[in-house]
Design a protein around this ligand. Structure first.
Ligand code: ADP
Length: 686
């Protein structure tokens, strides 16, 4: 539907405007609902992703905290084992060389051990052994710097009668680097008395490597830090990333406190930290895609709805502006739809009609039976005539009016019949016009007959002269005979008198016949059709034709087919047609002794759907013929070339013939003259 098309009826149709504005506000509301829904879904998805990320991060953190606590306990366990190992060696009485051997083996097995010293009660080194796994880490001076710290540690060990640890300290190395170290001092007790100390020096970095490296070093950076955060020793290194998990755990030793810090190698990227959030994100993307598809689908649907609404509004406007009444019935004969034109026609509103079944309120009461039967035939599935049928309805105010009904099966989209659709035309006006035209036609025909009668009257006087003269002379003769009888001149004239009287009666009968034929013809009769023998028509019209023929001295020939069927016609009118054509033909012949031929023959039907044949009448004259100029106006009423003519003859002839379903035409007749031909349907055989 084009937009101009739409706007045209939109102006006229308030319903359409209302619908349009309602649709617009509904559309606006729907759009805001969609926006809210999309916003909500996005918010839920973002929250989900964030929560998933947070949950995973907390999982990592907890794991790292556990690892750090485990690592600290591992270190504690190792230190306890070291103390036990050293105590077991102290319990043995060893010669100096075997002490060295023993210590070398231990130093070789524990790479975090840098050096073992045996010191006396004053803290002076008795002998010592360096780790065979590396260069000695102390020289004389560097060792002397720690002397005070060592003495303090050992005195604490003596006090607690067990292992004590020093604070960590840094010892620069010959390669320019340095090592962070820590000492363990273990008193040597012989017979309940402290006789000296065993001092074990740990490398802090080596503790991390030896005790934790294998278990935790792969995924984490391990370090000892001071409480203020300063790093003392590091094992393993991590790429600097934005987010790192960190856990710290206190390693509380007698005399010293260290903090173990573990930096998690698990990287948490900003957007997709891990599988769970990634999964949630993927599902979110899928959800958003579905949402987008839904939005698209909904837009398509909205457009379809809008188009449908347009089409409906257009259909409604169309139905409302129709002057033809429309009515739909279901298969049980109940009314399912009526348009405003139908309601106006019968004077009931749609609510009063919908759902109604036979007898309908607009049926004339005396025809209910007939209409019900007609409806039953229709509902039984019989197709109505295509050309429609006439019926009579009653308006609510009681007035009756004729309608022309066209009915057709109502077929739905599945091709199934769901009822009947009917269209109604109020034909009252048409009937009124037809009645008017019929009345005026009849008046015209009466006028034409009267005109013919005038003509006939003059002919009649001429024709009656003859019998009247004969009657008069026979009467005179008869009177003479009677007078002779009275004068006694014999009885021999009785036979003559009888003969004269018979002649008088004969001539009077002839005159009466002439008058009757004219009277018959002129007498106005209602149009009424009957089955007539063609011969009867010709016989009836011939005396009148002859009347004129005698005056004009024309010879009339008639020729009729042997096997002529009857015709179904208004006899008077057909006689007048023949009389008009014969009279025109005779008047066209200006020289005497011409022949007028009246022919009639049976013509077989041409179209197969016709139920009858045709009878053709032809009137042929040898007159002047019809010029082209006259031919164009021949059938125009009041067209005449004759001084005394009315110009109605041929136009009436054509109307009469066509009213009978026939056809009137003319053609030049060789070598001279005109042929007028018309057809009439044969009577039904029954
Ligand atoms: P009218 O006879 O009163 O003139 P018609 O309608 O019968 O009226 O004829 C109209 C005219 O057609 C005639 O005046 C005449 O000129 C012409 N016409 C009719 N029939 C013939 C014919 N057979 N031959 C020649 N002219 C004819």
């Amino acid at each position: 539907m084009s937009s101009s098309h739409l706007s045209k009826f939109a102006l006229l149709n308030p319903l359409w405007l209302f619908f349009k504005s309602a649709t617009r506000s509904f559309t606006d509301r729907r759009i805001s609902l969609w926006i809210a829904l999309v916003g909500l879904v996005v918010a839920v998805l973002v929250t989900l992703v964030w929560l998933a990320g947070r949950y995973e991060a907390s999982q990592y953190q907890a794991e790292l905290d556990r690892d750090t606590a485990d690592a600290v306990s591992d270190i504690r366990g190792a230190f306890s084992r070291h103390v036990l190992t050293l105590q077991s060696i102290q319990s043995k009485t060893l010669s100096i060389p075997s002490w060295h051997t023993e210590m070398s083996i231990l130093l070789g097995h524990n790479r975090e051990w840098l050096r073992i010293e045996k010191r006396d009660l004053q803290g002076v080194i008795v002998h010592f052994s360096d780790s065979p796994l590396r260069e000695p880490v102390f020289n004389v001076s560097s060792r002397a710097q720690e002397q005070a710290e060592i003495i303090q540690t050992c005195s604490r060990a003596r006090r607690v009668n067990g292992a004590a640890y020093s604070r960590s300290y840094f010892v620069p190395q010959s390669n320019g680097l340095g090592l962070e170290m820590m000492d363990l001092c273990l008193p040597i007790i012989e017979q309940g008395k402290v006789t000296g100390f065993t001092l074990l020096t740990y490398g802090l970095q080596d503790i991390l490597a030896a005790q934790l490296g294998a278990t935790y070093g792969q995924r984490n950076e391990l370090s000892f830090i001071e409480p203020d955060g300063t790093r003392l020793a590091i094992y393993g290194s991590l790429p600097r990333v934005k987010r790192l998990f960190t856990a710290t755990q206190l390693l509380d030793l007698p005399g010293s406190t260290l903090v173990l810090r573990m930096d998690g190698r698990r990287i948490v990227p900003d957007l997709f930290p891990s599988v769970l959030p990634a999964l949630v994100t993927a599902m979110s993307i899928a959800l958003v895609s579905v949402l987008v598809l839904l939005v698209k689908d909904s837009r398509r649907r909205l457009k379809a709805e809008f188009d449908l609404a347009d089409a409906l509004a257009f259909r409604k406007a169309m139905e409302d502006s129709l002057v033809t009444g429309l009515r739909a019935r279901d298969l049980h004969g109940r009314i399912t739809y009526v348009n405003p034109a139908f309601c106006q026609m019968v004077g009931f509103n749609a609510d009063q009609l919908l759902g109604k079944s036979a007898p309908m309120p607009y049926w004339p009461s005396e025809m209910v039976g007939e209409y019900q039967q007609r409806q039953a035939v229709r509902l039984a599935g019989n197709a109505p005539p295509r050309e429609g049928f006439e019926s009579v309805f009653v308006h609510q105010d009681g007035s009756r009016f004729p309608v022309l009904i066209f009915e057709a099966p109502l077929i739905n989209v599945q091709g199934k019949q769901t009822g009947w659709m009917s269209a109604f035309l109020d034909i009252s006006e048409q009937r009124r016009v037809e009645e008017l035209s019929r009345a005026s036609q009849e008046r015209l025909q009466a006028t034409a007959r009267l005109a013919t009668m005038g003509e006939m009257a003059s002919l009649l006087s001429h024709e009656l002269n003859q019998p009247l003269a004969a009657i008069s002379s026979y009467a005179t003769g008869s009177l003479n005979l009677i007078r002779q009888r009275q004068q006694g001149q014999g009885m021999s004239h009785v036979g003559d008198l009888q003969m004269a009287l018979e002649r008088i009666s004969e001539q009077a009968g002839r005159a009466g016949k002439v008058i009757n034929s004219v009277h018959d013809f002129v007498r106005r009769r209602d149009q009424d059709r009957e089955i007539v023998d063609v011969r009867t028509i010709i016989d009836a019209v011939m005396p009148l034709v002859q009347l004129q023929a005698q005056k004009l001295r024309v010879r009339v020939e008639t020729k009729l087919d042997d096997r002529l069927a009857h015709v179904f016609c208004d006899r008077t009118m057909v006689e007048q047609v023949l009389l008009n054509l014969a009279r025109n033909g005779m008047q066209a012949m200006d020289h005497p002794q011409c022949v007028l031929r009246v022919l009639s023959l049976h013509v077989k039907r041409a179209a197969s759907n016709l139920s009858h044949d045709w009878i053709e009448f032809a009137v042929i004259d040898r007159g002047t013929g019809i010029s082209d100029q006259v031919a164009t106006q021949l059938f125009t009423p009041f067209f005449t070339t004759k001084a005394e003519g009315m110009g109605l003859g041929l136009s009436l002839c054509r109307t009469v013939v066509e009213q009978h379903g026939g056809h009137l035409e003319f053609a030049p007749y060789a070598p001279q003259g005109t042929l007028f031909r018309f057809t009439l349907p044969t009577a039904p055989e029954a």
